[in-house]
Design a protein around this ligand. Structure first.
Ligand code: HAM
Length: 421
């Protein structure tokens, strides 16, 4: 019978990879807690309406990419394509937003029906950060500085660059949108097909068209920065000042508009040229209008989300994962004859009592080629027990060689401890 397979674009994360995921997650949560961020966990499924109202009806995500279905009660539900909308919904529902400042983070799977390729999946994982109640550029800068700190900790800072732009207020963007539309309408025939379609629905997205003809046309188009309102201009100037003072390098990219409708003022993306077409590893911006748009009181907000698969691909590409983080255990414990096998089980428990942070894997299968199997396990330390007339004794190996043989089991914890340092 044919086997049932995983859904295209939805990947298993195998035991050989999970140590790397856990390593990344640990680094992120350490950095975030050092800035006082608290984790929030939201459901994976929300009412479809939530995403339509926040991300925008005429965005690619809502138009083409959502996994939407009716439940048994005929309610339209959607697997979350991103975390911001759900985070705002949860914060509002529990009274955490109005007149308060909050710093939240979340992690987990997101779902978009995109064409799968390297770095782009239908189920992918984000670690996202959302802050509420802070209108000034300091918090925008904090988000960027903390992400830079994380890149540094992960050893990838030199491989990413920060792209920065201001979208201005909703009102100033409307004026710009009208002028850009008029400019492009006059050149409609020269636009690529996708941009022609977007002109009626979401003209700003034409700015990040990949089509070279369209890009050439845009060289003479009105530029968003000329339309910024005074408040947005001074917000952006203050942000760049703060980044300069923190030694963060950035490129101002006037074409950076982002694919979700809720942004205003600051938008940013961390991009790399090491992963091919899907080079944005982290992206976000300010969304001061969203809480109100979803029925709450006006509350300034800014956040970002990183793509975990892309970060892991980047870590792999740069060989930036510390060797010890790749393995899931430290010590392989085996017997080299049947008589001694019983000692393995009890000894492992004693060692776990005495060395609780040591990760021990016991060999409970056949004893054929046991020496080779132990070596191939990838453990930093190997203990082999053998039965003697005086009872069981152990020999201890590290990656290079035999450390000692004929060790009394009672002396083993201390010996392991010093070999493990
Ligand atoms: P986004 O740009 O749609 O923003 O996604 C953020 C990041 O998620 C991307 O930069 C990328 O690394 C990753 N990502 C997106 N789609 C995929 C995919 N199909 N496969 C793999 N990785 C993907 C948001 O989602 C906003 N909610 C970010 C935000 C938070 N803005 C403010 N707060």
């Amino acid at each position: 019978m044919a086997k049932v397979k995983a859904i295209r674009g939805m990947n298993d994360i195998l035991p050989s990879s999970t140590p790397i995921w856990q390593y990344l997650e640990r680094q992120v949560s350490t950095v975030l807690s050092s800035y006082g961020y608290n984790e929030i966990r939201m459901p994976i499924v929300e009412q479809t309406e939530l995403f339509k109202r926040s991300i925008g009806e005429v965005t690619d995500i809502v138009e083409k990419e959502m996994y939407t279905f009716n439940d048994r009660n005929d309610e339209s539900l959607t697997l979350r394509p991103e975390g911001t909308a759900g985070c705002v919904r949860a914060g509002e529902e529990h009274g955490l937003l109005f007149n308060q400042t909050q710093r939240f983070w979340y992690q987990g799977p997101m779902f978009r029906y995109e064409k799968p390729q390297k770095g782009r999946y239908r189920q992918f994982h984000q670690i996202g950060v959302e802050t509420f109640g802070m209108a000034s550029a300091e918090i925008d800068a904090e988000l960027i500085v903390l992400s830079a700190r994380l890149w540094k900790k992960l050893g990838i800072l030199d491989a990413v660059t920060l792209q920065l732009n201001s979208l201005g207020s909703t009102e100033s963007r409307q004026v710009y949108k009208a002028d850009l539309t008029a400019f492009l309408e006059a050149r409609f025939d020269q636009l690529d097909e996708d941009s022609q379609r977007r002109l009626a629905t979401n003209p700003l997205r034409i700015l990040d068209s990949k089509d070279s003809n369209t890009q050439n046309l845009l060289a003479d188009a009105p530029v968003l920065s000329d339309y910024l309102d005074e408040d947005s201009k001074s917000h952006f100037a203050h942000l760049t000042e703060l980044l300069d003072a923190s030694g963060i390098r950035y490129e101002v990219n006037p074409r950076l508009v982002r694919g979700l409708d809720y942004y205003c003022k600051t938008v940013f993306e961390w991009v790399t040229d090491k992963l091919g077409a899907q080079g944005t590893v982290c992206a976000g911006g300010r969304y001061d209008g969203l809480v109100k748009q979803l029925g709450g009181k006006p509350t300034p907000a800014v956040g970002f989300a990183m793509g975990v698969e892309r970060l892991i691909l980047l870590l792999e590409t740069l060989n930036a994962i510390p060797e010890e983080e790749r393995s899931s255990f430290d010590l392989y414990l085996a017997a080299d004859d049947k008589a001694a096998q019983q000692a393995v089980f009890a000894l492992a428990e004693t060692l776990r009592d005495e060395l609780p942070s040591l990760r021990i894997r016991c060999h409970f299968a056949g004893l054929k080629n046991i020496n080779n199997k132990a070596r191939q396990s990838g453990a930093a330390l190997i203990v082999l027990i053998k039965q003697t007339e005086q009872g069981p004794v152990a020999s201890l190996w590290n990656e290079d060689a035999l450390v000692q043989s004929d060790i009394a089991l009672s002396a083993l914890p201390e010996m392991i401890n010093s070999a493990w340092q």
